[in-house]
Design a protein around this ligand. Structure first.
Ligand code: SF4
Length: 244
């Protein structure tokens, strides 16, 4: 691969042209994968398979996902005839954690430790094997933590010591409405929880439906302060990075 020029990529792409951004990202990197959360970021998969047949997709199975999300992962796998690499937490680390603190410690001392074991550690391990990854992050998903999101950035959180990991956020400038227009227009499968008032979908104990006009992030870790509502997968949103 020739060296990736991040500034050139940003300047030569319309930030709202998500499909073209995905095409360009897949063309620039062979060893690139989509991170699929089991929610409306399914649009990334739909766009990617239209660009390239053998797209790498992975998903984090925290062990605490709602049944609807597990079923949805299977629906997507079959719909696109696409393998999804399911990442699981380290068994020993998880056993030790649940033995010491039980299954709901996040309600008492915050979600950081549980997310660290169930999400961040498996993700870190996966990203060590990649040159780039694609996420469904959007600016409008947060009350501030994602405002500075670029369509591509150097992932200083998960980069290896000797090489840069690039993170593409093709939906950065899309609104929730844009996403749902795409889902309807192209008949894309979606998680049935969206029909029950869930907007942002994560683990079952830490996600709840929101009321009309409530921000989607209010359905996640509702017992914590807004500025802490990142699970660690995108910690660069909280800590200034080299590229932002
Ligand atoms: S979202 Fe909740 S259950 Fe899931 S890993 Fe984080 S703290 Fe644990």
């Amino acid at each position: 691969m020739t060296e990736f020029d991040i500034n050139h990529f940003i300047q030569s792409n319309d930030t709202t042209a998500a499909q073209k951004i995905i095409h360009s990202a897949l063309a620039a990197f062979d060893n690139i994968a989509i991170s699929f959360s089991g929610a409306e970021d399914v649009v990334l998969i739909d766009m990617a398979v239209k660009a390239k047949k053998n797209v790498q997709v992975f998903s984090l199975d925290t062990g605490r996902l709602p049944p609807e999300t597990y079923q949805f992962l299977e629906t997507v796998r079959k719909h696109y005839n696409l393998p999804i690499h399911i990442l699981s937490p380290d068994k020993e680390e998880l056993d030790k954690f649940t033995h010491e603190k039980g299954l709901f410690s996040f309600f008492e001392d915050g979600h950081k430790q549980c997310c660290g074991i169930r999400k961040v550690a498996p993700l870190r391990k996966k990203l060590l094997s990649l040159d780039a990854w694609i996420t469904g992050q959007r600016k409008d998903q947060s009350h501030g933590t994602r405002n500075q999101l670029n369509i591509v950035e150097e992932d200083t959180t998960f980069s290896k010591d000797d090489s840069t990991l690039y993170k593409f956020n093709p939906l950065a400038d899309w609104s929730s409405e844009d996403v749902w227009n795409y889902i309807k227009m192209f008949d894309v499968p979606y998680n049935p929880l969206h029909q029950k008032g869930f907007i942002s979908i994560g683990c079952e104990p830490c996600t709840r439906a929101v009321l009309p006009n409530q921000h989607e992030r209010e359905g996640r870790w509702w017992w914590e302060e807004t500025e802490h509502k990142e699970c660690g997968l995108h910690i660069g949103n909280l800590i200034p990075t080299k590229s932002s």
